[in-house]
Structures are given as structure tokens and as C-alpha cells.
Design a protein. Structure first.
Length: 355
């Protein structure tokens, strides 16, 4: 039966025509009517967060989101619209995001600790509300633990840096001349009888202040936390390792022996004959786009280069954060210890440096 509809067809006529058509259709083939919503479907939860300006694949998104009251409100409404499966996915991402914020704060990576701690008191309350929107567990103990760890990390870092800066050799030295500055040192030639070079300056480099050391250590620890083991670690176009961007990280004491002792070349040996290789350094991409380097070994060779007046370190082996654990066996704890040992000065001594 053909239905010819036009503007003059009345509502009653249309109802009659439709009913006549239904009566002619066998019962088993009658169409099943389903309600189809005209409301557009919500995007996937990742896209929803991106629409708000937050990328859940990047660390720190949860902390940024809770600072925006309108975003929190929109997320709360969005949760009510989700299927169970999608809700669970978003809930898991929220929980991970909140716990990452606590872990990051607990590292104590704050140049202004008092301000950072006070701000996080407010931030942690917002994070707990966000967490409890998707999880009924109580995380107040985890928050308290984050504050305790924050305080411990600050104190531990400061004590280690202060100990490094304040250390001085106590031994009376025979081949160190306190009146000779490193930049005025002239290696000369080995004496024909003793085979020794000129006596050494007391210290190479300049001591950092505690504030300078803390800022540097925090910058390196931030880089470590962000990049260790990641495949997308930034690399410089040109690797340039100089006295301005390189820091020492060395054993028990910030010193190197000048003379050749018991077969050990010391700085003097490397002044007489340049070594075939150089120091080993770990590269850190910094937030401002620059790169810094932490020297793990090769201090005597590097000291000899400095005393020759060089501004750049030569024949350096560069370790990078993406594979330093796998290739060189340095784990996170060892790298953190080395960072908190950093210094830019080296004392000269007669005796071998303790391991």
C-alpha cells in the first residue's frame, strides 16, 4: 500500500493509513521500536579531560585540575553519565593521578619549602576530595606520610650538601701551595732529579653557597624524577660539557691527590701524560632547556685538564637517563646520593683519596 502524503493530509487520516499498513504486516515481521536519543554521546574520558585542558597521559594533570573549580564540577557531572566500565577506567586514572601528586610532593623538590608546604596543605584537601569522588578508601594516612617524607627529604638533602661544602682537609701538606691560585698554575716540566712537577694550588674551582647547591640539586632531582628510564629523554644538538655546567660527585671527600703515589698517577701523572680516556658523566635535561652533567668518575683526569687551563672536558663518556640503569648499573638511589654530593671545588692532597 502506497502512502501519498501532502500538506492537506490530516493527522487523523495519517493515523488511519499507518494502522491499515500495520494490520497487513504479519505479526512476526513487525518492526521492533527502540528509543534513540538525539543527545550527542559523550566523548571517551580521555577526550573529555582534553576538552577541559588536561592530558591524563602526562604527569601532574590531577594537581592542575583540582585548582580549577569549574573543571572539578564538570568532571563530577560527567561521572554520572558513564557506563560502569568507563567509570572504572576514569576512576583508576584519577586515583593514579592523585597518588602521583603525593609522591611528587614527598620528594621535597621545592626551592621555597615553607611556601610549597603551606600551599600543599590546601592542595592535598582538594586532591582527597577528587580521590573520594571515585574511591571510598581513606587516603589521609598517605597524605600525612607525604608531608613527613617531604620534611625528611629537605633535611637530608641540606645536611649532605652542607657537609660537602664545609669539609676541609686537616692534613699538613707538603706539595700544596696555598699562595698559588689554580688559574695561575703553570705545570712546568718534571724536575730532572725528582721527576716531579711544580707544587699544586690548594683548591680547584669555587665553592657553591648552600643556596646555590640546593637549587642545583633540586633541578637535577627533578630531571631524574621526570626522565629516568623514559625513552623520550631530550638530547642536546651538540654535547658541550664545560666547567660551567658540570658538577663533581665524589666519594667521601671533595679532594684529589696531586702527586703520584704508589703507582697511582694522581693529577700530576695526568699532567705529565694525557690519558686516553676522560671522565664519566650523567646528562640531565633541565626545565629551562639547558643540560647539566654530574661527574661520577675521572676526577683526577678532569683536575689535570682544569690545571692545564681547559674550559671544556675532553674524551668524556656520557651516560643518559634513558639507559643509565641498564647500561651502567646506576639505580635511582645511587644517583640521588651522587646529586646530593655535588660540588664545584676539589682540594689537592698528598695522600690517596679514601674510597
Amino acid at each position: 500500500m502506497a502512502l501519498a502524503l501532502n500538506q492537506e493530509t490530516t493527522r487523523e487520516e495519517l493515523r488511519t493509513l499507518v494502522q491499515a499498513w500495520r494490520d497487513k504486516v504479519p505479526a512476526r515481521s513487525k518492526p521492533v521500536l527502540r528509543l534513540v536519543s538525539t543527545r550527542p554521546a559523550f566523548p571517551a574520558w580521555q577526550d573529555f579531560l582534553k576538552d577541559l585542558g588536561y592530558d591524563a597521559t602526562q604527569h601532574g594533570w590531577a594537581g592542575d585540575l583540582v585548582r580549577d573549580a569549574s573543571a572539578v564540577k564538570a568532571l563530577d557531572k560527567y561521572l554520572d553519565t558513564l557506563s560502569d566500565e568507563t567509570w572504572e577506567q576514569l576512576a583508576e586514572a584519577v586515583c593514579e593521578g592523585v597518588k602521583w601528586e603525593l609522591e611528587h610532593f614527598a620528594l621535597g623538590l621545592a626551592e621555597n619549602p615553607s611556601s610549597e608546604r603551606f600551599e600543599f596543605v590546601l592542595q592535598s584537601a582538594r586532591l582527597q576530595e577528587l580521590y573520594n569522588a571515585v574511591n571510598a578508601d581513606d587516603i589521609s594516612l598517605e597524605i600525612e606520610d607525604a608531608f613527613n617524607r617531604f620534611d625528611r627529604e629537605l633535611e637530608t638533602r641540606r645536611q649532605k650538601l652542607q657537609a660537602r661544602i664545609s669539609w676541609k682537609p686537616n692534613d699538613k701538606l707538603t706539595r700544596v701551595d696555598p699562595n698559588v691560585r689554580a688559574r695561575d698554575y703553570k705545570p712546568g716540566r718534571p724536575h730532572w732529579l725528582s721527576g716531579r712537577l711544580n707544587d699544586a694550588p690548594m683548591m680547584l674551582g669555587r665553592k657553591l653557597t648552600l643556596e646555590e647547591a640546593e637549587r642545583t640539586a633540586i633541578a637535577l632531582e627533578k630531571s631524574l624524577f621526570q626522565h629516568l628510564g623514559k625513552s623520550d629523554v631530550p638530547r642536546p644538538r651538540v654535547t658541550d660539557i664545560t666547567t660551567q655546567n658540570t658538577y663533581f660527585a665524589q666519594g667521601q671527600e671533595p679532594r684529589v691527590q696531586f702527586g703520584q703515589v704508589d703507582g697511582a698517577p694522581g693529577v700530576e701523572g695526568y699532567l705529565k701524560k694525557a690519558p686516553d680516556d676522560g671522565a664519566r658523566v650523567l646528562e640531565f635535561p633541565l626545565e629551562d632547556g639547558r643540560f647539566a652533567y654530574l661527574m661520577f668518575d675521572g676526577h683526577h683526569r678532569s683536575a689535570a685538564q682544569l690545571m692545564r687551563g681547559l674550559k671544556k672536558f675532553r674524551k668524556v663518556t656520557v651516560m643518559r637517563l634513558d639507559d643509565v640503569e641498564k647500561t651502567f648499573g646506576l639505580n635511582r638511589e645511587e644517583i640521588v646520593d651522587a646529586i646530593r654530593d655535588l660540588h664545584t671545588h676539589l682540594f689537592m692532597t698528598d695522600r690517596p683519596v679514601p674510597k
